[in-house]
Design a protein. Structure first.
Length: 226
């Protein structure tokens, strides 16, 4: 069974001490860091912007996975491209000219991703799949950490895997929201490539142990760690 990439989301970290939070991610052996950018429009909360990414970039080798939950991402894309992010994912629902935006990101040599909220079907992104490096399936309604995974969203992973195979495409399939010890047994069946984990990672007393336990549960037949 292929092991997924675990991408801890610093949304659930203590923003007063973000450096320690990132060191914990590095020490846990996770190769990706997920960065949730929220603008108070596309989603109600506001988090941080491109300067935060640039400052983190200067201090870490982690793969920086920027998840833009912002309206009209095309208006801000240059700043995010320049921030040093390795992947930039924007929401289909927030942008009219999605294909053009994917092109701008790809031409800058950055992995391009699209995310869809629970109410958006996979069929809406089918024409774009061949241009994408990453599809981020939201398994909660975006905006907040610590929510419960919405089960029907997981079916999109299987649908995307099928299309990817049929068409010989190479995009990664990520899920974001409610990934934890309780939901792992449902998730493992769908085999996403990337798991974004916020609260379950940062609420764990021992983050390194959390990742080790999570990986064991992924490969065990029971697939549960409570
Ligand atoms: C929510 C964010 C997620 C969030 C996930 O809108 O996109 O990345 O950090 O948090 P958990 O893992 O707690 O659901
Ligand atoms: Zn996210």
């Amino acid at each position: 069974m292929k092991e997924p990439i675990i991408a801890p989301s610093i949304l659930s970290a203590d923003f007063y001490d973000i450096g320690s939070a990132i060191r914990h991610v590095e020490e846990s052996g996770c190769p990706w860091l997920h960065l949730d950018i929220m603008d108070g429009h596309f989603v109600p909360p506001i988090t941080f912007g491109h300067k935060m990414i640039a400052d983190i970039r200067a201090k870490t080798e982690l793969f920086l996975d920027a998840h833009l939950m912002i309206e009209e991402p095309e208006r801000h894309i240059n700043a995010y491209i320049e921030s040093g992010a390795d992947a930039i994912t924007f929401h289909l629902e927030a942008c009219v000219h999605s294909h053009r935006l994917i092109q701008s990101i790809s031409r800058a040599g950055i992995k391009a991703g699209i995310s869809i909220v629970p109410s958006t079907p996979v069929s809406n992104i089918v024409p774009l799949l061949e241009f994408l490096d990453l599809v981020l399936v939201m398994t909660v309604n975006p905006g907040y950490g610590g929510q419960k995974l919405i089960p029907f969203c997981l079916q999109k992973v299987e649908e995307l895997r099928r299309i990817r195979e049929q068409r010989g495409l190479h995009f990664l399939i990520a899920i974001d929201g409610g990934v934890n010890a309780k939901s792992i047994s449902d998730i493992v069946i769908q085999q996403p490539d990337v798991l974004v984990i916020g609260s379950a990672f940062f609420n764990a007393q021992d983050r390194k142990q959390f990742v080790a336990d999570f990986r064991n549960a992924w490969t065990s037949p029971i697939g549960n760690i409570d």
